[in-house]
Design a protein around this ligand. Structure first.
Ligand code: ATP
Length: 360
């Protein structure tokens, strides 16, 4: 991957009619050869962002640059991008060969060249021998691979994918995630991928942009977003977590102490000019928490009672409640599970560095 910025959105805004803006001043840089995912809940503006890059929507204001070319007002076919949709959009009356060949036929390329390139694509998506079948004779995963082959045969510089795996069952979806990522590496094309599935985004992307209500909450690598979320929304949206409330209860020269769910003085953070009573959100991942009969030196802890334990394959999930009634989720690997049972009084504990402290 190079460091070159390839697609750029500058102050992009989009409103439909007189409703609230759907995109609010988006600024985004996508590097060449990157697998970038737009992630966010339904209605946050992912598809509108993708359609604006494709040229199916024109921003109300702002600019879109692709490969140093200002394409803000250009039509879709003038841009070196192609789109793959969730519903595949294959031509039902054409066989697989003709579906994949469609773009090249429109360009009136010589027949032999078209044939060579279609067979190359069929090989790439592992569908050799399927060229004479009709779309109705393929499985969902196979149809999606045809849609991808059809989209990349024209050598687009950017491939836009709008929930392309959304219609597949879980097992096939997971398999296609790996295939798609492998294909992207092989082709070196910049992929901009839309999903609302955070696990899918974490497994596939070089970079994730988390959107919420038309704004970018945070952009970064999957690890950055998971380990160092900057907002409560990102912490909560990406992966399972416990969101706890705290506020400054003691101020010292270089650090302040926070209470947590009404337990006193239990989190220390550097003092960045905070005031007494300043509110914080603390996110702790369930896999970071241990259940103990008493906290150990240096632990952050909350006194709890176990409500229930659930077996879920490779982890035991424990739900415990704090003294003020807040539920805490703990995931323990099967081989390291604690022996405490329902209704027992315990401490949930974690290392201070596993508290993700976010100013509310
Ligand atoms: P989903 O995951 O459900 O597809 P999304 O994040 O892709 O959601 P968008 O499809 O971009 O969200 O929609 C963002 C908002 O813009 C929604 O409130 C939607 O109703 C609105 N919207 C999208 N297209 C239009 C349109 N053509 N006319 C009016 N409103 C629209």
């Amino acid at each position: 991957m190079t460091g070159e910025v390839f697609v750029q959105l500058i102050n992009v805004c989009k409103s439909f009619d007189r409703e609230e803006a759907v995109l609010k001043n988006l600024n985004l840089e996508i590097k060449k050869g990157q697998f970038l995912t737009l992630l966010g809940p339904s209605g946050c503006g992912k598809t509108t962002t993708l359609r604006s890059i494709a040229g199916f929507e024109t921003p109300t204001s702002g600019e879109i640059i692709i490969d140093n070319d200002n394409v803000t007002q250009s039509s879709p076919h003038e841009r070196c991008v192609n789109t793959v949709f969730q519903n595949y959009a294959l031509f039902p009356h054409m066989n697989i060969f003709d579906n994949i060949a469609f773009g090249l036929k429109m360009k009136k390329l010589p027949k032999m060249e078209i044939k060579d390139r279609v067979f190359e694509m069929l090989k790439m998506v592992q569908l050799e021998g399927y060229e004479n079948r009709m779309p109705s004779q393929l499985s969902g995963g196979q149809m999606q691979r045809v849609a991808i082959a059809r989209a990349v045969i024209n050598n687009p510089k950017v491939l836009l994918l709008d929930e392309p795996l959304g219609a597949l069952d879980l097992k096939l979806r997971k398999q296609m995630q790996l295939e798609l990522k492998r294909l992207q590496r092989k082709l070196g094309i910049t992929f901009i991928f839309v999903t609302h599935d955070q696990e899918e985004a974490l497994t596939m992307s070089d970079s994730i942009v988390v959107m919420n209500k038309g704004v970018i909450e945070q952009a970064g690598t999957p690890e950055e977003l998971y380990e160092r979320p900057k907002t409560k929304f990102v912490a909560d949206f990406l992966g399972e977590t416990n969101i706890l409330e705290g506020e400054v209860v003691k101020i010292k020269e270089t650090e302040v102490l926070l209470n947590l769910e009404q337990e006193q003085d239990i989190i220390r953070i550097p003092n960045l000019n905070y005031d007494f009573g300043d509110k914080f959100t603390v996110s702790v991942r369930p896999e970071r928490i241990k259940i103990k009969s008493a906290p150990e030196e240096g632990d952050v802890w909350l006194q709890c009672r176990i409500k229930e334990k659930v077996y879920s394959g490779f982890v035991i999930k424990t739900i415990a409640t704090t003294r003020n009634g807040k539920e805490i989720v703990v995931n323990e690997p099967i081989e390291q599970r604690s022996s405490f049972g329902a209704k027992e009084d315990i401490f949930v504990t974690w290392k201070p560095e596993h508290s993700i402290v976010i100013k509310a």
